[in-house]
Design a protein around this ligand. Sequence first.
Ligand code: GTQ
Length: 346
Amino acid sequence: MTAAPKLTNARADFYARIGEHGMTPLWEVLKGLITPEPRSPALPALWRYDEVRPYILEAGELITAKEAERRVLILENPGLKGRSSITHTLYAGLQLILPGEVAPAHRHTQTALRFVVEGEGAYTAVDGERTTMRPGDFVITPSWTWHDHGNDSDRPMVWMDGLDIPLVQFLDASFSEHAKEDTQQVSKPEGDALARYGQGLLPVGHRTTTPTSPIFNYPYARTREALETMRRAGPWDPHHGLKMKYVNPATGGWAIPTMATCMQLLPKGFSGSPYRSTDGTVFSVVEGKGHTTIGGQRFDWAPRDIFIVPSWVEHTHHADEDAVVFSFSDRPVQEAVGLWRERRSA
Ligand code: GTQ
């Protein structure tokens, strides 16, 4: 490792003069730009649902879903304050819809995922179809599709939003618009997309026109049942337990082109081996209690808690009970450009 260049008077004078011509010396910043390993500004963090829930409900007394457009408390990474980011590339928030409310229809180039945390019976509508959401369901709002949310149940409903907002911002590719009507017309029966694309079948002659999965609700009941059946045969991954990815049935690829989404089962007593990867990851606990050691720091988790592991920070999962954990990251983007790496330690 070479020492940092010395700042002499002659050099400082030179930097000032070239600065006026829109230039700056690489050698003063090179080490921070091209690091030997990722050095994420994001920090490991955990949000305990018990702790944040009262604030989410308090927001419900301060503003309506309609006035807010989306009544969401952003989960902001403590290392990325003011940047509306949970990892360097991803956004997460907790959205509240109270009984009788509607979050009006709009569309944007950012893709959203919803992971249902609390309540049952609210819907989201995407491209003319409504889906009723239940805890553990993974719901997709593809880029540039109209979507509105509503709650016809008699209980508050809370879900985690995951969006590629920071990534799209970095690429300067944000477009959005509001629909004329708050609630979009329903043109398809509920369950149509799941029947058409989520049964190991595809319509004959189906042509893939968008990179996002045509299934927009992957119900938890099915995912959970699959994990339960698979656990009888294994095999168990020493780092991840039994970890499955949500796929786009039309391409075999990730369900969302910018965000990898997975569900994993950690059996009671599981103690994982250390793992790190270049995709900073957001975890949302569905069932069970345990802890994850992230960069040497222990984070205890329980159902509905959310925690993040920044890029290239070593972590190990431990489960005190059978645990089911959802996660998302920017892995598909890194894979598409050949950047994704992992390191598995014994
Ligand atoms: O539900 O469309 O958390 O547009 C942030 C931006 C949710 C949404 C968010 C959004 C939405």
